[in-house]
Ligand binder design. Structure first.
Ligand code: ATP
Length: 761
């Protein structure tokens, strides 16, 4: 039934912006294009739900709580093990590549280059092949999509099992293949995929299904688990459990509850323990080239622990440079990524594969060729700096790399960055043990080259994170500033490594615009609390500078991908608009509470709306809105056919109705299309039957008066995570007023238990 909706106001689209892509998610990475859909976070308090709640006893709650904690434990363990597996694989591939290159180099430089570049291209090829042929949604960092998910938008394919597999193996190929990208963003995505799969009891499609975990098979519970998964990803990537919790809170989530904090914290702690234990197992050479240095922790605790007043200005300068370069990086990657999405990648998978292989070749040429042009430097005094092994024994690679040096006691500073794993290269850049181990020219060359490579590489069809490239870029210019300051204040005890660390923080702050979480992550990974105030200073400056030019990296990428994020603040113009002006369609499509099956089918075929008001016609001729029914519910009812009835009479649903459906039947799996009206086949006789929708409607959808300001609607929508809000005329009467006191009133004794045990809820 269509109800005419009076429209006297100009049309306005809430999602329409100057960027037309915002209205629909054009997932050009995905061959079968599906539009993004909003998630249903609201509790649908229909008859089935109420019956389910009434049947729950203490035992039910106890098992629910046990499953909740068990699922986050599983997420922590699985994410920790995945991170460990990725690290082992990356370190070993890098180790084999470097040792093969150095071995062949004894005979011929050209042959060594061939070995080096072919190794890289082969790994990158495997990564891009996995992504293009098997898991398109695994391309990129995944953080913008997860941010979108936690903001209420489900992107196609993002949390599938195949995406998880693609992300893990794709990251190994892209990071192991020496591209200018990191594995940290992909690990956040990995954690989120694991969490989503745990939340829906595995993947039925891949025959890994645990029915007992299906208690969490709804968008609301899954949102909480995905938040835990994100924190677990950061905790595993950086071995920074507190940073992981804060990252989830500051960067990815849009809603936060205090109960969730416990579970996120627990998951991060589990990851830290799993990673630590797994690393312990690797200490005696069990894991090939993977040793104690394999996981990020760039300990600078022995370095500069105090700073002079004179240093504050250069440190602030590091913050400004970070803000400028970070904003430039965001802008350039944005231009390039949109060009790729709209033009280059539209030409097919083979173009994506060739592109990634060419970028890999370019990276190999530059990283092999540039150190050849660099002069070697004598090794630091071994007695003065016993921790530094320089150079490593012939034919191997290590921190101080003897590459193209005539004297075995010399090292090549550029090769020391290029011919190391990213973690070891950063450890060198942060190094506080010696002075001047890098020449300014080498650092400048590396900065220019790596910045350009990072811009070009991001957006290729491989899993890619921006944390480590950001840290490498930042620490390079930070160290350059440090060298300048050391020369300026010769009498002060200044360490270049400290500036490298501040540079890294400033670039990440200038690009990603995080503050608290980044600060804690930097402190956790460098193990130096003394630098906390300085890191805070550069982060604040770099964020402020970056914000004057553009939005943060993930927001820009999300916008470019057409993910309709609801930002935390409504736009200014919304103050002048009213709720009714935001409604797009001229007619509200409603259903009668008892509707003909054929009518429901034809309505669902004729539009794509996901929610429909359900109305009851009274004998007086008036209509009363009895609630809102979701399209997904209607599809399940049509498919099951068990609620079809022959007459249009209405039974007493409160007294006798017993739901034939479990609540989980109505839930759609994450990131997939779910049921479609085209999947449902009904005979002409079935089309003539009726269905009583009343037991399945959400009887208490959120309702706003038509003249409420759009700012208020926005805040309601954003803060409660809504999908639909009904706009109604001003009500004619008021039945009561609820105040704070009413919400604090006495409650039945049997429910007190639940409040005394907050973990239960
Ligand atoms: P979501 O995935 O969040 O449901 P959507 O944009 O795909 O988002 P639709 O249900 O297709 O959601 O809504 C598109 C537009 O149609 C909205 O702007 C809304 O104003 C309008 N609309 C939604 N439901 C109805 C309905 N039952 N009757 C009339 N108009 C509707």
């Amino acid at each position: 039934m269509d109800i005419e909706h009076p429209r006297r106001w100009p049309r306005w689209s809430p999602l329409r912006s100057s960027d037309s892509s915002v209205n629909a998610y054009d997932h050009n990475e995905e061959p079968n294009v599906i539009e993004a859909e909003s998630l249903d976070y609201e509790v649908i308090e229909n008859v089935a739900y109420r019956q389910d709640q009434a049947s729950r006893g203490k035992l039910h709650y106890a098992s629910y709580v046990a499953f909740k904690w068990l699922s986050v434990l599983l997420i922590g363990i699985a994410t920790g093990l995945s991170a460990f597996f990725i690290n082992i694989a990356v370190e070993n591939f890098s180790g084999w590549r470097f040792s093969a290159t150095f071995t062949v180099m004894k005979y011929s430089y050209f042959a060594a280059f061939l070995v080096y570049s072919l190794f890289n291209v082969a790994l990158v090829f495997s990564s891009v092949k996995i992504v293009t042929k098997f898991a398109p949604a695994a391309a990129g960092s995944g953080i913008p999509e997860i941010k979108g998910y936690l903001n209420g938008v489900d992107m196609p394919g993002v949390l599938l099992f195949r995406t998880l597999v693609g992300k893990i193996f794709g990251s190994i190929g892209s990071v192991g293949g020496g591209l200018a990208l990191g594995k940290e963003g992909p690990l956040v995505h990995t954690g989120a995929c694991i969490a989503s799969l745990v939340g829906q009891g595995g993947s039925a499609k891949h025959f890994v299904n645990w029915k007992w975990l299906e208690v969490f098979k709804n968008d609301r519970e899954r949102r909480d688990l995905v938040t835990c998964g994100c924190a677990a990803g950061v905790s595993a990537a950086f071995r920074a459990p507190v940073g992981g919790v804060l990252f989830a809170l500051e960067e990815v989530t849009s809603w936060w509850r205090s109960q969730l904090l416990w579970r996120v914290f627990f998951t991060s702690a589990v990851v830290a323990v799993v990673v630590r234990s797994a690393m312990g197992w690797c200490t005696h050479g069990n894991c090939g080239h993977f040793g104690s240095g394999g996981f990020i922790i760039w300990d600078v605790s022995g370095g500069q622990d105090d700073y002079s007043f004179y240093e504050l200005l250069p440190m602030a300068m590091v913050g400004v440079i970070g803000g400028l370069l970070g904003a430039l990086f965001n802008q350039l990657t944005l231009y390039l990524s949109s060009w790729r999405r709209n033009i280059l990648h539209k030409r097919g998978d083979s173009v994506k594969i060739v592109e990634a292989c060419l970028v890999s070749l370019l990276t190999s040429v530059l990283s092999f060729g540039l150190p050849l042009l660099t002069k070697c430097t004598p090794c630091p005094d071994a007695e003065k700096y016993p921790d530094i092994i320089c150079p490593h024994s012939e034919g191997t690679y290590g921190n101080y790399v003897n590459f193209h040096c005539s004297n075995p006691n010399e090292y090549n500073d550029l090769a020391t960055i290029f011919f190391n794993t990213q973690d070891d290269a950063i450890r060198n850049l942060f190094s506080t043990k010696t002075l001047h181990e890098y020449s300014a020219s080498s650092l400048l060359i590396f900065l220019g080259m790596f910045f350009s490579l990072a811009v070009i590489t991001f957006g290729t069809a491989v899993p890619a994170g921006q944390f480590v490239p950001g840290i490498m870029i930042g620490s390079t210019y930070g160290r350059l500033v440090g060298m300048f300051v050391v020369n300026l204040y010769k009498k002060l005890d200044i360490d270049e490594g400290t500036y490298a660390l501040l540079g890294a923080a400033s670039f990440l702050g200038g690009s990603m615009r995080m503050t608290v979480s980044l600060c804690v992550i930097m402190v956790e990974i460098t193990n130096n609390l003394n630098l906390l105030p300085l890191i805070m200073l550069v982060l604040l400056i770099s964020k402020a500078v970056g914000d004057t030019f553009n939005a943060g990296f993930y927001e820009e990428q999300a916008r470019m991908k057409g993910i309709p994020l609801l930002e935390s603040r409504p736009k200014y113009f919304m103050r002048k608009k009213q709720a009714r002006e935001a409604c797009q369609s001229q007619k509200v499509v409603c259903f009668n509470h008892i509707s003909k099956v054929g009518h429901i089918v034809s309505v669902l075929q004729s539009n794509n709306h996901h929610g429909f008001p359900v109305v009851n016609r009274l004998q007086s001729g008036e209509t009363v809105v009895i609630g809102l029914i979701l399209r997904s519910y209607l599809l399940v009812l049509l498919q099951s056919k068990s609620d079809f009835q022959t007459s249009d009479s209405h039974g007493d649903i409160r007294g006798h109705f017993t739901s034939r459906h479990r609540l989980t039947e109505f839930a759609k799996p994450a990131s997939s299309r779910g049921l479609s009206i085209h999947d449902i086949h009904l005979s002409p006789e079935e089309m003539e039957l009726y269905i009583d929708l009343e037991p399945f409607v959400n009887p208490s959808p959120y309702i706003v008066p038509e003249d409420m300001s759009l700012t208020k609607v926005y805040n309601l929508f954003r803060q409660l995570g809504l999908r639909h809000v009904l706009v109604v005329p001003r009500p004619s009467e008021v039945v009561g007023v609820i105040t704070r006191k009413d919400l604090l009133s006495e409650q039945p004794a049997e429910d007190v238990y639940l409040d005394e045990h907050p973990a239960v809820r």
